[in-house]
Ligand binder design. Structure first.
Ligand code: HEC
Ligand SMILES: [Cu+2]
Length: 390
């Protein structure tokens, strides 16, 4: 049969797509990939995966060759008709094809179980940094229990020191996952799970919730900044000082946040591209003004509903939402969903549930639904105050 131009076109297209996909797979710029590990735990699991992939490829090749060989060798040839000889129950064959998969499974189990035991909670180094992780719908709380620091959605870790995470949940099941560091671990209420790893290098990474936990599961992300031990100590010292209200009586205008001195390398504008959120603002959401006065904002904050839900050290004791003590030095907003800048922050305060579906923070700005809410100017003032909290 002649080769039709149509099928030739199809074949060319399919080949092009295949080649593009193959070339794309060679990219080394894969900051969110578990195949680009940056801790010993990550490398051990990656090596395990490589071995299993190799083993799987060998088994696949043997089976496929056998199938093709059989199809071609025993195909129906011209002239000979009728049914082929029927074979029932061959004990040797059945034992063989039970034993081979059993052997393959045993071969897989040994290195897998060994790796699991290597990273059991019993083997945590004594000098590990303890971090309590609490999953909330839909954000992450991080408590450096031994150091007396609590923060949210942005984790800072020293390079070269094991970080040991104790994971629990306030509500449903979440899963803690930093692909470039280690595997996932479930975050469950009334139970503490552990995971630990030692970051190799200083950089910035993304973390995700990897267990469907409700409406905004996909919006439950976090950032991880791995820094030198000296920078980490400086960051902790700064976190312990309480809010540094840089606002004074000046109005804080656009320009966004700048991190605490220790994290100057990771401020908005200097972040690697994979750390910059690109979530579009939902249609129909707008604010008439983003230039606020931080001093007025502080007053509004202290007398508003915010204090019932948020902690700002020395200012408010709330317990429902993220700790905002040093909020102005965080790069992102609403668990990694938006960049932390005046416009996004003001829109968030005005209407959080519209910015993040299902958000447990109510809409607080004035709108037809909330006529008693803050005016756009008041929202901008509060945003200016929060951004001034370095
Ligand atoms: C009923 C409790 C509640 C009230 C009242 C409330 N919040 Fe929130 N807030 C939350 C919760 C819960 C979140 C986390 C939402 C999420 O990310 O899913 C949050 C998130 C935030 C965030 C983002 C924090 C981060 O780490 O990304 C900011 C900023 C914020 N709130 C500011 C305010 C301000 C300002 C007020 C007062 C005008 C306020 N909130 C009132 C519950 C509340
Ligand atoms: Cu979750």
């Amino acid at each position: 049969m002649p080769f039709l131009p149509r099928s030739r076109r199809l074949l060319t297209t399919a080949l092009t797509v295949l080649i593009c996909a193959a070339i794309a797979a060679c990219s080394t710029d894969i900051p969110n990939s578990t195949l680009n590990p940056n801790s010993q735990f990550g490398r051990d699991t990656d090596r395990l995966f490589d071995w299993l992939l190799l083993g799987g490829a060998i088994v696949f090749t043997i089976v496929e060759v056998g199938v093709l060989f059989t199809i071609i060798l025993f195909r129906r040839r011209g002239g000979k008709g009728g049914r082929p000889r029927q074979v029932y129950g061959n004990a040797t064959l059945e034992i063989t094809w039970t034993l081979i998969p059993a052997a393959v499974l045993a071969f897989i189990a040994v290195p897998t179980v060994r790796t699991i035991f290597k990273y059991s909670p019993k083997n945590v180094p004594a000098d590990a940094l303890k971090v309590e992780v609490i999953g909330h719908q839909w954000w992450w709380e991080f408590r450096y229990t031994d150091l007396g620091v609590t923060t949210a959605n942005e984790l800072v870790l020293p390079v070269g020191r094991t970080a040991n995470f104790a994971l629990t949940s306030k509500d449903v099941i979440h899963s803690f996952w930093i692909p470039s560091m280690s595997g996932k671990r479930d975050v469950i209420a009334n139970r503490t799970n552990y995971i630990y790893f030692k970051p190799d290098s200083a950089y910035a990474w993304n973390g995700f919730c990897a267990e469907f936990c409700g409406t905004s599961h996909a919006n439950m992300r976090f950032k991880v900044f791995t820094v030198s031990p000296a920078q980490f100590d400086a960051w902790i010292a700064h976190q312990k000082t309480g809010p540094q209200f840089g606002g004074g009586t000046d109005s804080i205008t656009a320009g966004g946040s700048s991190a605490a001195p220790a994290l100057a390398a990771f401020t908005n504008g200097k972040l690697p591209p994979h750390l910059v959120p690109s979530t579009p603002v939902p249609k129909g959401l707008a604010i008439s003004n983003v230039t606020g006065n931080a001093t007025r904002g502080a007053q509004l904050y202290k007398t508003g509903a915010c204090i019932a839900c948020h902690v700002i050290q020395g200012v408010s004791p709330g317990i429902v939402g993220p700790n905002l003590t040093h909020f102005g030095s965080r790069t992102s907003l609403a668990s990694g969903l938006y960049p932390n800048d005046p416009r996004h922050l003001a829109l968030w305060i005005k209407n959080a549930p519209a910015m993040k579906p299902g958000s447990l923070m109510p809409a607080l700005g004035r709108s037809p639904g909330t006529p008693a809410g803050y005016t756009d100017q008041q929202v901008a003032d509060i945003a200016a105050y929060l951004l001034a909290l370095k």
